[in-house]
Design a binder for this molecule. Structure first.
Ligand code: G3H
Length: 248
């Protein structure tokens, strides 16, 4: 069976109720390609609100969560809490969490493990910085970040989507070319074949993220190892519908 195209919108720390209503109304109007899985990543404070107004066909994701179910962790939210308000997805290991909040591979892995154990599905983000790319270390970094996730994911690969997001392409308007993205996706899939299993490598969906817009989505979506997108800025705009429909 082919891999179902999956498009995530990561709103990051953006939006208020007015803007959220507009975004959701736009998604409801669509029309959205029914063959595409759509997941919107919402600021924690609006998760329950968004869940209450989106159609069930659109999944809602948290942008982060902590690694244990409850306790003295001021300011954190747990997978159990997310599940309790009807949220089934979480984005983990985003480069902004890694670079601004100092999350290392090991912590990301602990969060991924606990989220999966708790029954959440996970969009796990990986990607190299410009410095790392220029030093020829793209594969080394992406493989290292993925390796850290292997034991955390265990046999739960069906509940994981990988998002390859080159840090230099995030919010910069510098999209990776389809060739650059395809090259990393393909070598990651080969690496997974050896280090996880051929079945995992064949089935896991790998999203591309980094300055995806309606203008570049079709060309990226045509690449054989790109199975969707994780979209930041453009997910706040009406063009998100066109990005969702990029494979049509
Ligand atoms: O999670 C999404 C990525 O950080 C991409 O953000 P961007 O589309 O604004 O470049």
């Amino acid at each position: 069976m082919g891999r179902k195209f999956v498009v995530g919108g990561n709103w990051k720390m953006n939006g208020d109720k007015n803007q959220i209503n507009e975004i959701v109304n736009n998604l409801k109007k669509g029309p959205l390609d029914e063959n595409v899985e759509v997941i919107i990543g919402v600021p924690a404070i609006y998760l329950a609100y968004v869940k209450s107004i989106v159609p069930d066909s659109i999944a809602v994701a948290a942008q982060n969560c902590w690694k244990v179910p409850k306790g003295a962790f001021t300011g954190e939210i747990s997978p159990a809490m997310l599940k309790d308000v009807g949220i089934n997805w979480v984005i983990l290991g985003h480069s902004e969490r890694r670079s601004i909040f100092g999350e290392k591979d090991e912590l990301v892995a602990e969060k991924v493990a606990h989220a999966l154990e708790s029954g959440l599905k996970v969009i796990a983000c990986i990607g190299e910085t410009l410095e790392e790319r220029e030093a020829g270390k793209t594969e080394e970094v992406v493989f290292r970040q993925t390796k850290a996730l292997l034991s955390a994911i265990g046999d739960k690969w069906a509940n994981v989507v990988l998002a390859y997001e080159p840090v230099w392409a995030i919010g910069t308007g510098k999209t990776a070319s389809p060739q650059q993205a395809q090259e990393v996706h393909s070598s990651l899939r080969n690496w997974l074949s050896t280090n996880a299993s051929p079945d995992v490598a064949n089935a896991v969906r790998i999203q591309y993220g980094g300055s995806v817009t309606a203008a570049n989505a079709k060309e990226l979506a045509a690449c054989s190892d790109i199975d969707g997108f994780l979209v930041g800025g453009a997910s706040l705009k009406p063009e998100f519908v066109d990005i969702i429909n990029a494979t049509k």
